[in-house]
Design a protein around this ligand. Structure first.
Ligand code: FAD
Length: 488
């Protein structure tokens, strides 16, 4: 049987394993950790359950199609429901806003709260939809690095409408051109963080991201985000994919310009194709040391990282929902701190995710499990202990000001994850959440392709390569690799 080896059991690696198994490959996944899922992992802490990494789930169809690929009923493995409120937003001057998933309700509520004309909101959302419709097929679902992608009718259509895509403008400029209200601009600027970028640098085409949330919806998987990686892992096991844990790969073996296997701490594995789900930077720097490196691609600016406090909270908060944002008073300075000064901002935007709102068993009775995250620079050797100590205080003070509470007294347990931890746990270079940042208009084209141009039978999947980071795009990278590998 034709053999495929996959380095890493992140969501991209598991999904690629499923795609290749379906094509008839004998698939082995080698994972450095003792668990599958990579960033999509969870912990239990004194009666509280916490998802460690992703908290926002969009485009569930890319998960369910993997069950369908095997002729299975997805709901028997993986269940989820759509959220009616996408996110609750809070500002320190007392303004609060619930972003409804229903477009009409969203427009009505936003027009009232931010004193904007409903027609402006409708026009903005329509324009976002057009951006997505014009480019998704081209930028997300195909390899950008194969000639036939450029010869398609979709590409021609997108190129002809380049002006309407706001590629030359920044997301902030695009939003400021549309709205008078600075809070609404800030709300729509936040979508830059969905791929770890700055709204003051990422191109205006990124305003298609709210379209994904508002048109296709946001969802919550039963059992938590962790079920996404777990259910696909269970599917893989049931289909005969061999997962080996505590099996760190040290080298991808290349002979006569072809990948022929890998060397791990324990063994040497031979195979017909190799797929790396490891971050592209260490894949080259550690596993392909003697090969020529794509310098420009590896030098790209990395996406932001995160500092997360997982807190057990001994009270319930009816004003909070699954997703909550407490905005900074100075968004431009916050992004300058992260991307230019490589430090944490003194008044950070605080994201609070509470899965016990959806699943009571995630926290003890009348308690809540808070995942409290701020955007952070990548790990450049900063003094993280000092930064974390200061940020913890500033975050608590901010939450106290907005919710009028004394949070410190309510914290029953604590776990902390910082950029160093993210880097150590998943080999993500500098602890980046999404691979390279999209802080310029060429970023999409500079991501590494899903195959090697120099080494035959070598492929790449996951958040650091095309089409990008985040669960849906990692799943699409697996789909692209599945399309690229030869039939057996
Ligand atoms: P990873 O999850 O990076 O896993 C790579 C795997 O490869 C790891 O298991 C690692 O141990 C293994 N590995 C590495 N090197 C080796 C080696 N040499 N040998 C063997 N195994 C190796 N996305 C969203 O969609 N929504 C969100 O809300 C969201 N929020 C996030 C919040 C946080 C805090 C983080 C950290 C990420 C978030 N993301 C979010 C991003 C999302 O988690 C990632 O884009 C995605 O999970 C990355 O998957 P991946 O397939 O690239 O692999």
């Amino acid at each position: 049987m034709t053999k495929a080896l996959i380095v890493g059991a992140g969501i991209g690696g598991i999904a690629t394993a499923l795609r290749l198994r379906k094509k008839g490959y004998d698939v082995t996944v080698l994972e450095a950790n003792d668990y599958p899922g990579g960033k999509l992992h969870a912990i239990d802490l004194k009666g509280y359950r916490f998802d460690l990494g992703p908290s926002l789930f969009t485009m569930p169809q890319y998960v369910t199609e993997l069950f369908e690929l095997y002729g299975l009923q997805p709901s028997e493995w993986f269940q989820y429901h759509r959220k009616e409120v996408v996110c609750n937003y809070f500002w320190e001057d007392g303004v609060r806003f619930s972003a409804f998933a229903d477009k009409t309700d969203f427009i009505h509520n936003a027009a009232k709260t931010f004193n904007e004309a409903p027609e402006h909101l409708q026009k903005y959302l329509d324009r976002n939809r057009k951006k997505y419709d014009l480019t998704a097929g081209l930028f997300l679902e195909k390899s950008l690095h194969k000639l036939n992608t450029y010869l398609s009718a979709d590409t021609m259509k997108a190129m002809a409408r380049l002006g309407s895509l706001d590629v030359a403008s920044t997301l902030n400029r695009t939003n400021e051109r549309t709205f008078k209200n600075s809070k609404l601009v800030q709300l729509f600027n936040r979508y830059a963080t969905y791929n770890g970028s700055s709204p003051y640098k990422t191109p205006g085409i990124m305003s298609m991201i709210p379209h994904l949330e508002m048109h296709y919806g946001t969802f919550y998987p039963k059992g938590g985000m962790h079920r996404i990686s777990q259910s696909l892992f269970e599917l893989g096991q049931s289909k005969g994919i061999d997962f080996k844990f505590n099996e760190k790969v040290h080298e991808i073996v290349v002979e006569n310009g072809k990948a022929t296997g890998v060397i791990t701490e324990n063994s040497t594995y031979l195979s017909d194709i190799v797929v790396s789900n490891m971050d592209i930077y260490p894949t080259y720097k550690k596993l392909l040391k003697s090969q020529k490196h794509p310098k420009k691609v590896l030098e790209q600016e990395r996406s932001s990282s995160a500092l997360i406090f997982y807190w057990g909270i001994s009270r319930e908060f009816p004003e909070l929902d699954l997703h909550n944002i407490l905005f900074t008073k100075d968004y431009p300075r916050e992004f300058r701190a992260i991307f230019e000064k490589r430090t944490l901002f003194e008044d950070p935007t605080v994201y609070i995710n509470i899965t016990s709102k959806e699943e009571k068993t995630d926290a003890p009775q009348r308690h809540e499990n808070w995942f409290v995250m701020i955007n952070a620079p990548g790990n450049h050797g900063q003094d993280w202990e000092a930064l974390k100590k200061r940020a913890r205080q500033q975050i608590i003070e901010k939450i106290n000001r907005v919710l009028k509470i004394d949070l410190e007294k309510l914290i029953t347990v604590e776990h902390i994850l910082d950029p160093v931890g993210i880097e150590n746990d998943t080999s993500s270079y500098r602890g980046a959440l999404y691979g390279a940042a999209s802080n310029n208009q060429f970023a999409a084209f500079l991501r590494h392709p899903n195959f090697s141009r120099k080494i035959k039978n070598l492929y790449f999947c996951g958040g650091s390569v095309h089409p990008g980071g985040g669960i849906p795009l990692c799943l699409l990278s697996a789909k692209i690799v599945g399309d690229l590998v030869p039939e057996v």
